[in-house]
Design a binder for this molecule. Structure first.
Ligand code: URA
Length: 232
């Protein structure tokens, strides 16, 4: 990979920044000062120092965001703040997108990445990666409604949902797990049993819970170990 491409791919420096750093002698590859931006380096084996610090190359990045209400799950929007706008500069790089959308009024865990294959893996219902939500609902839920939702409810437009898992937490608060991500799915599922979602928060993707220390609007990188908890 070209040296300037390699360094700029991690987001912190642009290609022209890299050019300037090379001119200033601040980029060292395998123990010698780099002289041109277009020299080829192996991203997995070259030892690169930038401004005296080891440069760590990661092919992809995986970010946990605690999305607040009012922010849209898009990469750009002319009116609203997007989930990508909330990514701090040290984690930003080209090609970031949310792996699965939450409605503007839904809060909680959004996984942001530049890895399309991984996003597909966690979003495809075939892979059964559960998304766990806490829903506040307008009416108490009955045992019959739980059975309907757990056996695979049919929405008003005829869409047959996969079986959900429901755990009542209190009279009007439930935990609901689904492996699909159709538009307004949980709101429509509850609507199909004559109920209404008052508020919704995603608290887990696969086996990885939203970090309770992550305040709404904040992001952090997901560790390698945590990645293993999302799906196997
Ligand atoms: N289901 C919904 O209805 N909304 C969301 O944001 C996520 C799941």
């Amino acid at each position: 990979m070209r040296l300037d491409k390699l360094i700029s791919s991690q987001g912190k420096y642009s290609r022209s920044d890299v050019k300037k750093l090379i001119k200033q002698g601040l980029v060292v590859v395998d123990g010698r000062k780099a002289t041109t931006s277009d020299e080829k380096v192996d991203p997995n084996s070259a030892e690169v120092l930038v401004c005296g610090k080891p440069f760590i190359y990661k092919e992809h990045i995986y970010i946990m965001l605690n999305k607040p209400q009012g922010v849209v799950s898009a990469t750009d929007d002319r009116v609203h703040k997007t989930v990508i706008d909330l990514v701090p500069s040290e984690l930003k790089r080209d090609g970031l997108f949310p792996a699965g959308r939450l409605d503007a009024d839904t809060e909680g865990f959004v996984l942001i990445t530049d890895d399309g294959d991984f996003a597909h893996k966690i979003l495809s219902p075939k892979n059964h990666v559960e998304k766990t939500y806490i829903a506040e609902i307008a009416e108490p839920i009955s045992e019959d409604d739980i059975k309907l939702l757990e056996s695979g409810i049919v929405l008003k437009d005829g869409f047959e949902c996969l079986p959900a898992k429901i755990k009542p937490i209190s009279e009007k608060i439930i935990e609901i797990k689904i492996c699909e991500g159709k538009y307004h799915q949980i709101k429509r599922m509850l609507g199909a049993v004559g109920n209404k979602v008052v508020s919704l928060k995603r608290v887990k993707i696969g086996g990885l819970p939203l970090d309770v220390d992550l305040k709404p609007g904040f992001c952090r990188e997901i560790t390698q170990e945590e990645m293993g908890e999302i799906c196997t």
